[in-house]
Design a protein around this ligand. Sequence first.
Ligand code: HEC
Length: 108
Amino acid sequence: MMKTLFQAVAWAVAALAVPAQADEAAQMALGKKLFTTTTPACALCHTLKDAGAEGAIGPVFDELQPDAARVTRALRDGIGSMPSFRAGLSDAEIAAIALYVSRASRQH
Ligand code: HEC
């Protein structure tokens, strides 16, 4: 009886893991798209090889390699001369960009 229960839980966890991966791929794709299409575009001010971005106003992400939490903070609150994106982006969009920048900046 307990064993069956554990098996059921294990299957449920395994079943959940697949959509989570698909979700992440979708988030990465959305983040990459928003990086160059958001107004104002991150690419305007930041360099990130993976996005083909060569902006020179803010830090170069390939060097800074910010983690997702750092990107999220910058987008929510703004930092220095960088404006907050809270008004223009949903939480889901901010999360997608944060995941993308943190991953893509470490891809080399
Ligand atoms: C108008 C130019 C501009 C745009 C557009 C812009 N940034 Fe920035 N960003 C900056 C500048 C300048 C800084 C450095 C601010 C400072 O440290 O004073 C910065 C800093 C950052 C940092 C580092 C924060 C830290 O903790 O040091 C991150 C992460 C970041 N930007 C992400 C983004 C993302 C993602 C986008 C697109 C959604 C974006 N930025 C759009 C100018 C910009």
